[in-house]
Design a protein around this ligand. Sequence first.
Ligand SMILES: Nc1ncnc2c1ncn2[C@@H]1O[C@H](COP(=O)(O)OP(=O)(O)OP(=O)(O)O)[C@@H](O)[C@H]1O
Ligand SMILES: [Zn+2]
Length: 464
Amino acid sequence: MTLRLFDTETRALRDFAPLAPGHASVYLCGATVQGDPHIGHVRSGVAFDVLRRWLLAHDYDVAFVRNVTDIEDKILNKAAEAGRPWWEWAATFERSFTWAYQQLGVLPPSVEPRATGHITQMVEMMQRLIDNGHAYAAGGDVYFDVRSYPRYGSLSGHKLDDVHQGESAGECKRDPRDFTLWKAEKPGEPSWPTPWGRGRPGWHLECSAMAEFYLGAAFDIHCGGLDLVFPHHENEIAQAKCAGDDFAQYWLHNGWVTMGGEKMSKSLGNVLSVPNVLKKVRPQELRYYLGSAHYRSMLEYSDTALDEGAAAYRRIESFVMRTQERAGEVTIGRWTDAFARALDDDLAVPAALAEVHGKVREGNIALDGGDLEGARAIASQVRAMLGILGVDPLDEHWTQETADASAATDALDVLVRAELERRQTARAEKNWAVADEVRDRLIRAGIEVTDTPNGPEWSLKAGQ
Ligand SMILES: Nc1ncnc2c1ncn2[C@@H]1O[C@H](COP(=O)(O)OP(=O)(O)OP(=O)(O)O)[C@@H](O)[C@H]1O
Ligand SMILES: [Zn+2]
């Protein structure tokens, strides 16, 4: 079976053929760390984590780069409004994003480069563009000459005449359609030296330079949100190609999380932060919900849809757990052919989930009919499939906290039992002072002891 991916540039499903056999290189545009993430912001992280896991399942050695845009107008403006240093602002929200990705079980990228750490590579790329006649310095800014690249617009389908970069006019631009590679230093703003004066990078340049640095002049897949097709990715292509790179071979874009039919966005105010949603559902349930639609579809949020997603996940989880309880350890088996066909078909998660739910129904029938081995075999398949989707309920990521807690309880049990034996001995010896001392100490530590016909039993007082 061959993995087929929908490539935005050719507007077609294409067989995935990597540049180097056995290797897959992926660049995903990461967050502009200007605030806490809403659930729309993390959708691409979740969607392309499934791509990564599926490539790994195909035995590819995957290099996965997800950058952090830690210098940008919005970061500078928001930090200034709050009276905080820009770097503290960026670092604070970078941690929020890291926390959210971690909560959702998104595998850490192979590398997570920050824009501010790659100024050298950006200056070097600009130098090549200027030398080749594709860029020019003017008034301390550096601009890309859009007309110098005849294929400009090939990704988005924009005609050159209709191009609006969505950036301020730039007094020294030769053509209003040119875009900014580098911004001249402004008082009070951070800046770095270049041969054309001090300044800071434009957003588009960052990604071309970092992708080239980590993945080389040509790499396999470039991913990002649908809103990045134009101008961000169009401009990334123009920069990289004109700097001599072959750049990405496939372009993948995820749809938005919408609310009230509109893109969830801070500017519209229709946002739900990840921490707030995690007060309603568990992280694995949120991940299931965000990943359950096809990555290219829009995902219209509603409380009901979230609840239904969480309930669907719990049905799968409960089958795996019940099977483990009744039939013994459920190891990770192998996904089914129907599941593989679905994911190979441009990561068709809805079809893949239909297969999972079908298996769960089959497994429940086996379990209820007393066919424990049959149920266990199906649960193994279900675990494998859920693992690819990042929501295997028995994966350490989701069970670690429970495992840590039960290890601590086991250790505590040894100590409490030793204390209780001391109390029994003291009682037998009518040494009431020692018996009381043991009891009081346990109470102070929040441990309740109940005497039962089978001897004393202990538990932690509620709230401990
Ligand atoms: N509602 C959404 N659904 C899916 N992806 C989104 C959504 N909102 C933002 N993104 C993605 O998150 C990434 C970072 O976006 P960015 O920081 O520029 O925020 P934004 O698009 O301006 O949204 P906001 O207005 O909420 O800050 C982009 O790749 C974008 O595609
Ligand atoms: Zn980017």
